[in-house]
Design a protein around this ligand. Structure first.
Ligand SMILES: [Zn+2]
Length: 77
């Protein structure tokens, strides 16, 4: 199940939310529903020199939030 990072537009609180089905994230601080999803840290990491994109190929998705196998933001280490 993917965990996304959200930021509340009301109080700017950042929080992580486990998305299940049609659940909608609600700010844990102010219970506001105006939240926007932040770009995960996943995907930013592996931009190698030369513009090569590293992709997880063998279906070993250690990271549920992105398709990168070497993602420091997903606690694979
Ligand atoms: Zn809030």
């Amino acid at each position: 199940m993917p965990i996304y990072e959200y930021q509340c537009e009301t109080c700017n609180k950042k929080f992580e939310f486990l998305v299940r089905g049609s659940d909608r994230p609600i700010c844990p601080a102010c219970a506001g529903e105006k939240v926007r999803r932040l770009m995960s840290r996943c995907g930013f990491i592996s931009k190698g020199s030369g513009g090569e994109t590293v992709r997880a190929s063998a279906g070993t998705s250690s990271c549920t939030g992105c398709s990168s196998s070497s993602c420091a933001g997903c606690g694979s280490s």
